[in-house]
Structures are given as C-alpha cells and as structure tokens.
Design a protein around this ligand. Structure first.
Ligand SMILES: [Zn+2]
Length: 292
C-alpha cells in the first residue's frame, strides 16, 4: 500500500496584500509540505465579497511567485465551490446535525456563546435567518507546534453558524469541505485560528472526513504588540528584496538561514534544513522580541 501523499496548503482570503504575518504562514506551510516531498496547494478564500479588496488575489499569487513559492496544482477559488458547500450543508441538515436559527445579533448574550435557543425548533412567528451546526462533543487535539489544545467549541462558541444570515457560507464549513476535497493532510497556519480548529474538527467528524495534522505558528505581532493585519498595512517586508523577506520569515520561524545567498540557494537550504521543532511554541511573537 502506498503511503498517503503529503499535501499542504496556504489559503489566504483576498482582503489585502500579502504581509509579513501571512508570509510567515505561507513559508511555514510550504516548507512543511515540500521538505517531506509533498505538494503545496494554494486556495483563495473568496466567499466573503463585502470584505474583499479588488485585485488582491492576483497580487498575492504574484508576490508568492516572486518570493519563490509556486503552487503544485491550479489555484482553487472558493467562489467556484458554492455547490459543494451547499451539498455539505444539506447533508448536515438531513442528518439533524445542523438546524435553522432565527436569532439576530441582539438576541444573543454578550458572551457571544449561543445559548441554544433554536436547537429544538424555531419559535412560532419567527423566520429562519442562519444555519447552525449542532456541537455535541468537545474536541481536544494535538497540535504539531502548540502541543495539546483543549479549546472546547461548546464553551467558546456553542452551536456555531455555518450559513450566515446574509446567505454566505461560513468560513468554517468552506474550509473543511475544501481541505477534504483537496486531500489536504496538514494545515499549517497562524495560531489566531486555533479556536477555529476544534470547530473544524467537529465538522469533519460530522461529515465523515479525516482530520489533517495541524500546526499553528505563532502570530506575528507588531512593535506595539498588536497582531499584524492586512488592514494595518504595517509591513514593508514583502516590498523588500525577496531574500531579505524570506530570511526574516525563516528567522521568525526559529530557523537559522545562512547570510548572503541567492533566493534559489536560500530555498535549497530551507528545504533541506526545515525543522518544525525549532518553531517557537508560542501563540504570538514579535519579530524584535525574538532576536533578544
Ligand atoms: Zn437561534
């Protein structure tokens, strides 16, 4: 029997240009897959049009190529996958694992934890707005970098929305359906998504999908301790020389790349020497604090 091929992926949403935080995730996912002889895929998570920035998907793809990272398969766009999300949603509804919810934001408690109001049916006179997934189990999982994570969806969110009141599919559902569709065996991404992971594992179980391995990298903090975001537009690193950008990303991930080589040589070194055990097991880290 052939071993299951390693497949990793980088899945940005086109809400702005690549920044140092997303570059770190791209580099980590690329090296974890490619150093194991696997494939690295690129998926554009473009199912939330109100948040998207025109042209950013093509700029992300172009910047990744310029930095030496090219996907092994054609880029998958989530906007082309709506039928698959609908099928998964229908299955969950048929199996009683999802249900319509009539609550609006003002019906929910300040904690944000859904109290299960519509679990046994919608009250008379109210119309369904969203669809929620019925969370029956908690998920403890072992993360390849952060260790054991016991974030419990029932405590952190309760039954969560998988189709929003505006009719859009929720991130959690689309990711799970696509990771399965693309045969993804390892998910390497920022630790800001740790609380999504247990929800995604619940969805995988409900849909009968295998769970990939998870590795959550420390989130890049800016100088003032805030998470770098596309909206802050705070980092010029990807406008720098590609060698400088990739070197900084490798250093952030605890690797010790050589100085003064070409981009090609740097990648050869990185593929040969990538060691996920050197990645700091931290939820967040500022690049300057790391050097100290
Ligand atoms: Zn409700």
């Amino acid at each position: 029997m052939n071993p299951i091929p390693v497949i990793g992926r980088f899945a940005p949403s086109p809400t702005g240009d690549l920044h140092f935080g997303s570059l770190v995730c791209a580099v980590g996912s690329f090296l974890e897959a490619k150093s194991a002889g696997g494939k690295w895929l690129l998926r554009i998570e473009d199912i939330d049009p109100p948040r998207e920035v025109a042209g950013s998907a093509s700029r992300i793809i172009r910047d990744l190529q310029r930095l030496g990272m090219e996907a092994d398969d054609p880029v998958l766009y989530q906007s082309n996958r709506l039928d698959a999300y609908q099928q998964a949603l229908d299955r969950l509804l048929e199996d009683g694992l999802a249900y319509p919810c009539a609550c609006s934001r003002k019906d929910l408690p300040a904690s944000g934890i859904y109290p299960g109001t519509c679990r046994e049916g919608i009250r008379a006179g109210r119309a369904p707005r969203s669809i929620r997934f019925r969370v029956n189990h908690s998920c403890i999982f072992s993360d390849g970098i952060q260790g054991e994570v016991s974030d419990l969806p029932a405590d952190s969110s309760g039954d969560f929305v998988i189709r929003r009141a505006d009719g859009l599919f929720a991130y959690q559902l689309a990711v799970v359906v696509d990771d399965h569709f693309q045969g993804v065996t390892q998910v390497v991404r920022g630790a800001d998504l740790l609380d999504s992971t247990s929800r995604q594992i619940c969805l995988q179980k409900a849909l009968g999908f295998d769970a990939p391995d998870y590795l959550h990298l420390p989130v890049v903090l800016s100088g003032d301790g805030k998470k770098l975001s596309k909206r802050l537009r705070a980092d010029p690193v990807i406008h720098q020389d590609p060698v400088v950008s990739i070197t900084k990303a490798l250093q952030f991930l605890g690797q010790q790349p050589p100085d003064g080589c070409s981009l090609e040589t740097l990648w050869q070194w990185a593929l040969k020497h990538w060691d996920k055990r050197q990645v700091p097991a931290r939820r967040a880290l500022s690049p300057t604090a790391m050097k100290a």
